[in-house]
Design a protein. Sequence first.
Length: 263
Amino acid sequence: MPHTKTSDEVRIAYQVRGDGPPLVLLAGQANDHHWWDGVRDDFTASRSTITIDYRGTGESDKPHQPYSTERFADDVVAVLDELAVDRTDVYGTSMGGRVAQCLALHHSHRLRALVLGCTSPGGQHGIERSSEVRRSLVQPNPVDARQALLQLMYTPAWLATHPGPYYTLGDQSMPTYARRGHLVASNRHDAWDALPAILAPTLVLHGTEDLLNPTANAPLLAARIPGARLELIQGARHTYFEERRDLASPLVLEFLDQKVPLQ
């Protein structure tokens, strides 16, 4: 698997598949590129998809140091530099949507269009998950905690017909310190004040039944980012992009092709 080295000497693994204009796909917290395995083929026919293993995950280095969404965004830029990609579309989901916000704010000249899925502006203006949801995820029995996460990710109907494997439940190979670092990075993200400065055409997507990252964050983001378009996927939970790929993937491609015509 190819790697590049960042300015602080961390090796970041990346993956490129498909042909066409570049599209960076950014995974959720404590996940590697496999987060996208269920839907990546939706984009590779018309796009050159680029994923990374965040530092701390997958085949990337796992430094024992503070992590942040800004640092993750810088790592994405290091991969773009390695691939000689000047500008790209970016689709980030969950914590990946927070990283995508940092890319749009701190590296705006590298973006053509932006899609933010099941994510939040963070900080005091972001809508936090309920205390009940938080408690369900830290149950002492790991089997119960995993089941709680599955039910937040997918609807019962989907789980009944899709026995797995599931690629959105976290990279099990992560050391504990890196998993904790990802949690802190996501929790400390706060882009609220800067969001009006995003210049890239933006699509905001969210499932209407998302309790892990409450749906109320979607209209907040869309209202805060100039000209942003909001689309809600009815009945979907956190992994709307996988369970309702029949709706979500065409929405993303239609938006990107409209806002940024294929070259």
